[in-house]
Design a protein around this ligand. Structure first.
Ligand code: GTP
Ligand code: SPV
Ligand code: MN
Length: 613
């Protein structure tokens, strides 16, 4: 399984204009591109090659158009800043639709719209929507091209920024066309910022449309995205394909597409543990995936920070790959202490979006340094200092960078690994202990199904509100949420009970009475992982509680953490948990009659155990 970096098409060396003829464009693809172009009416169609030459030319073009700012090459080589429209800064969940034929298949947690009616609406929106712009045809592979779990797709987009970002985040190039020619199913993904230009009309730095549509048609494996240029709304390989569409493919074919980090933890004895972790948006996946443990002898290799595809295999184990080739990570909070690997990774070859700009032409964001440098320009392009009372970087400011630049990256980013442990995380100021171990697969699925977390800036809307985010997939599951749980239960039945991943609920975000975090987090999270590794190898002990097993305080003791805080981190408060279980019951009550009996059983058992606690 070869690793492909950014901007290299090993199969094509000629001039971009000769690309389609030279590599041979599959007929069905050529026809589809022609149909969409006839409808959206771009000035030009560019078959994106992904070569370094073409990447450099597009970077120059976007700089000339004011859509990218080239950062100081002496401080931050081959790196750029993009400033979005202030109304286009995050995923738009209220405008995200699952258009299944049967509304029940979208389930109670997705916005459903009747497919034919949605197609008519989209057709009107996309008519002429690319006028005055270039339409890029971006063939991409999720997972190494031709790999056993890999899937291909093609994104049509009128955004150069999205094209450059997709080149970093996926494997693009003519090898993907060969896969399509060979008969691989491919996902059709159409993206327009929805801002056509009349002849002579001046462009803006971040074209977009106040009216947005992020639409998935699960049965036909199609994606239509209109009006936004930002992240998960616009890089359609990511959430739209690799989670919403892929989750449906996985349901139909017996595998899972999940919002998970993937890492290899290596013990001082050299034993490798593969860990996958589902945490809601902006709840710590990137940071955990790049962890440099504060424990002597322990090491982490990063495999993925956002998406994992998991498959039960004949050997009775659950195997996983990261289908992406890059990271689209949260900038604020990232610094040399919290995530040194990321800081090293971001030294060059990075597109930053909505961070602040320094007087020297470098980047800054909240948390990068304790004291901001003088002469900062904020994410909207205005002069800024701390007295402004507004953040210099948008809270959902992000970096886009190829995985090959990550110093902790595993040698083969797209390789399949057998999963030993699955974490379910979330942001909870109270109630949820640092870590609890599930009693078995069904209890683990229950822990995943009942994740609740405080909302973050990764999506539009109010932050800090606790909401249920089952499997951290609330905004990303392409089908009925309860069918997703049933699918997890079925997958578990195919695993060897001795080799199936153990499951854990974790919470780095429990707070003390003053509102500060009880747990130091970041590099100290290694202590929790080491305990989990000890549980897998049979060396670590645990205390049983009503909600699962917790570590002995000695096993997670972090420097500077007094005994009182340590015990509060592991406390299971029966009063809080009686309340919590009733909230879980309410949530289960709202998903309807597709709730698997195993989970109503788990809930009943949880009630009894808490009542006795
Ligand atoms: P998405 O890319 O949105 O899916 O998010 P993610 O889950 O990868 O989140 P990420 O690791 O980027 O973390 C988001 C925010 O949480 C950042 O501001 C981090 O600094 C902060 N964070 C991450 N880990 C910890 C931790 O252990 N403790 C605390 N207190 N904050 C953390
Ligand atoms: C998330 O919101 O979970 C992200 C960022 O990872 S985005 O790609 O915009 O969805
Ligand atoms: Mn994410």
């Amino acid at each position: 399984e070869a690793v492909r970096g950014t901007g290299h098409d090993s199969a094509f060396t000629g001039d971009a204009a000769t690309y389609p003829a030279a590599v041979g464009v599959p007929a069905a693809l050529a026809e589809w591109v022609a149909t969409i172009a006839a409808h959206t009416r771009p000035d030009r169609v560019v078959w994106w090659t992904g070569t370094q030459t073409e990447v450099a030319a597009l970077q120059d073009e976007l700089v000339a158009e004011g859509k990218l700012i080239r950062l100081n090459p002496e401080l931050r080589p081959d790196s750029f800043l993009a400033r979005s429209n202030p109304d286009d800064v995050a995923r738009v969940e209220s405008r995200t639709f699952i258009c299944s034929e049967n509304p029940a298949d979208a389930g109670p947690t997705n916005n459903w719209h009747e497919p034919a009616a949605m197609r008519a609406e989209l057709s009107a929106r996309f008519a002429g929507s690319m006028r005055g712009r270039t339409m890029f045809v971006v063939p991409f592979s999720m997972g190494p091209v031709g790999g056993p779990l890999s899937r291909v797709g093609v994104q049509l987009t009128d955004s150069g920024y999205a094209t450059l970002s997709m080149t970093i985040m996926t494997r693009t190039g003519s090898a993907v066309l060969d896969e399509i020619e060979r008969g691989a199913d491919w996902v059709r993904a159409i993206h327009s910022v929805g801002a056509p230009l009349l002849p002579g009309e001046a462009d803006v730095a971040w074209p977009c449309n106040p009216e947005k549509y992020i639409v998935q048609f699960p049965e036909t494996r199609e994606i239509w995205s209109f009006g936004s240029g930002y992240g998960g709304n616009a890089l359609l390989a990511k959430k739209c394909f690799a989670l919403r569409i892929a989750s449906v493919q996985g349901r139909d074919e017996g595998w899972l597409a999940e919002h998970m980090l993937l890492m290899r933890l290596i013990s001082p004895e050299g034993r490798a543990f593969h860990i996958a972790g589902a945490f809601p948006s902006a709840c710590g996946k990137t940071n955990l995936a790049m962890l440099r443990p504060d424990l002597p002898g322990w090491r982490v290799e990063t495999l993925g920070d956002d998406i994992a595809w998991l498959q039960p295999r004949q050997d009775g184990r659950l195997w996983a790959i990261n289908p992406e080739a890059g990271f689209f990570g949260v900038a604020p909070g990232t610094n040399a202490k919290t995530n040194r690997a990321a800081i090293e990774m971001l030294a060059a070859h990075t597109i930053f979006t909505n961070v602040a700009l320094t007087a020297e032409g470098d980047v800054w964001w909240e948390g990068l340094t304790d004291v901001p440098p003088a002469g900062i320009t904020d994410w909207q392009g205005n002069p800024w200092d701390q007295s402004a009372g507004t953040p210099a970087a948008h809270p959902n400011a992000r970096f886009t960078v190829a995985a090959e630049h990550c110093p902790t990256a595993a040698e083969k980013i797209g390789e399949a690994v057998p999963v030993d442990a699955i974490l379910f995380g979330g942001r909870r100021a109270s109630t949820v202990p640092l870590v609890t171990e599930a009693r078995g697969w069904a209890h683990g699925v229950y822990l995943g199904a009942t994740i609740a977390s405080e909302t973050t800036a990764a999506a539009e809307g109010t932050t800090g509100i606790v909401r249920r985010d089952p499997f951290a997939m609330l905004p990303f599951c392409g089908y009925h949420v309860a069918d997703h749980w049933a699918h997890w239960l079925r997958i578990g039945e195919q695993l060897d009970p001795d080799l199936a991943p153990r499951m854990y609920r974790v919470n780095w975000f429990r707070r003390d009475a003053e509102g500060g975090f009880l747990w130091p987090g970041f590099t100290e999270n290694a202590r929790v992982l080491a305990w989990i590794a000890g549980r897998i190898s049979g060396e670590a002990e645990a205390n049983e509680t009503a909600i699962g097993s917790v570590p002995l305080t000695a096993d997670i003791a972090a420097e500077g953490l007094d005994a009182d805080r340590l015990s509060r981190l592991l406390t299971v408060d029966p009063v809080e948990w009686r309340y919590e279980v009733e909230r879980e019951a309410e949530f289960f009550g709202g998903v309807g009659n597709r709730l698997p009996v195993e989970l109503s059983g788990q809930l009943a058992e949880a009630r009894i155990r808490i009542a006795r606690a």
